[in-house]
Design a protein around this ligand. Structure first.
Ligand code: ZN
Ligand code: ZN
Length: 390
């Protein structure tokens, strides 16, 4: 193992907060980092406090009008009708005091993660508050005010001229990152998500493959509801490994939203912790095989703050550190948080096999997913390779 991985975190991440009833609650970050600590998975020198970026640093990705609206919303000086065209002010992404600063802190932390890796301070960085993948160039959306991954990718392109592969396994389509780099063959975006037939944001069809020079560099695997671990892991591995091999990225960014878990209240892919170990395991191997280890992992969705997010992201962090957490969750973690949790906190790090009831339509769902994989992968590797030939 090279230099120890770094975790970007401080309680200041709490400032990115839409309100007490909103599902995107920063308390989940604190609960997760506390579990990582109490499991003995981190040393104090591995924690780096986030640094806010400047408005200037958001400009390559976001429009001036959106940045004005975000700052104005945070200062409370814009009317709802002035915010609405920018996706701000609805129930999903409402304005809150200090929105401008909070947003620059989250985006800045992702930029900082990219810098730490390129400056050789670490091979792997986990930016736990990042992964705001629904942010668009000119519009906030789906709890995402800006698009931190896109800001970091754009910086890496301009500063270092490198190729970035972005792998998104959040249950929702990574629409913002895809759309920002839709024309760009130096960024490969792969999104594996629950089909948008009934789920936000409704995009992410296999036919969305990029355009102009970027055709072939957007890959989408929209999976059926109740996909479960076996089919999910199988498709993920069979898509991601050959695509990354063909693309030969210089740096890997993963969006590790864990809202595809069966306990998550917003989605229906019905995964368990088995998937949340398999996903970073392959990403880790690919980062070392093709990217000299350069791997920036981001958080993302995850709306069971007590039973899912802390375990899924502890398992991710453990993988980054090449270690395996103990099966038992430390009792002092449970004691610390149980009084705040409306549900009984888990006592084990991994879901037990058979904990989740099998789905009768399993074979049909797996067949549909296989067809989706075939369609998504048709000519995909060849299109990428053709572009790589000098
Ligand atoms: Zn999500
Ligand atoms: Zn490693």
């Amino acid at each position: 193992m090279g230099r120890p991985p770094l975790l970007i975190y401080s309680p200041d991440f709490h400032t990115y907060r839409f309100g007490p009833e909103h599902p995107f609650n920063p308390l989940r970050i604190e609960v997760t980092v506390d579990l990582i600590r109490r499991c003995g998975l981190i040393t104090p020198t591995q924690i780096v406090p986030p640094e806010a970026c400047t408005r200037e640093e958001l400009r390559p990705v976001h429009s001036e009008a959106l940045l004005d609206a975000i700052e104005g919303a945070g200062e409370g000086r814009l009317l709802p009708e002035q915010l609405r065209p920018f996706g701000l002010g609805d129930d999903d992404t409402p304005a809150f005091p200090g929105m401008g600063e909070a947003t620059r802190l989250v985006a800045g932390a992702t930029l900082q993660g990219a810098r730490l890796i390129m400056e050789g301070k670490a091979d792997h960085v986990f930016q736990i508050a990042g992964g705001l993948h629904h942010g668009h160039r000119n519009r906030a959306s789906g709890f995402c005010v800006v698009n931190d991954a896109a800001v970091a990718i754009s910086f890496l392109q301009r500063r270092y001229g490198i190729k970035v592969a972005y792998i998104d396994t959040d249950a929702h389509h990574g629409d913002g990152v895809q759309s920002i780099f839709y024309d760009d063959p130096t960024v490969l975006t792969i999104s594996i998500h629950e089909t948008g037939r009934y789920l936000f944001p409704g995009t992410g069809h296999v036919e969305e493959r990029g355009r102009f020079d970027g055709y072939g560099f957007s890959i989408n695997l929209p999976l059926e509801a109740y996909t479960e671990d076996d089919s999910f892991i199988d498709l993920y591995e069979r898509a991601v490994a050959p695509l990354i091999e063909a693309f030969q990225p210089d740096l890997l960014i993963t969006q590790n939203g864990c809202d595809a878990h069966y306990l998550d209240p917003l989605t229906h892919l019905a995964l368990t912790t088995r998937s949340f170990e398999a996903v970073p395991r392959l990403a880790h191997r690919l980062a070392h095989t093709y990217c000299q280890g350069r791997w920036l992992a981001l958080g993302g969705g995850g709306y069971d703050h007590w039973r899912v997010v802390p375990r899924a992201w502890s398992l991710l962090w453990a993988e980054m550190n090449e270690c395996s957490p103990a099966e038992e969750i430390p009792k002092d973690w449970q004691m610390r948080w149980q009084s705040q949790s409306p549900v009984s906190l888990p006592s084990r790090m991994r879901d037990e096999p058979g904990e989740y009831p099998p789905i009768p339509r399993r074979a049909i769902i797996e067949d549909k997913n296989r067809v989706t994989l075939q369609r998504a992968m048709r000519d995909a590797v060849d299109l990428i390779r053709a572009h790589n030939v000098p």
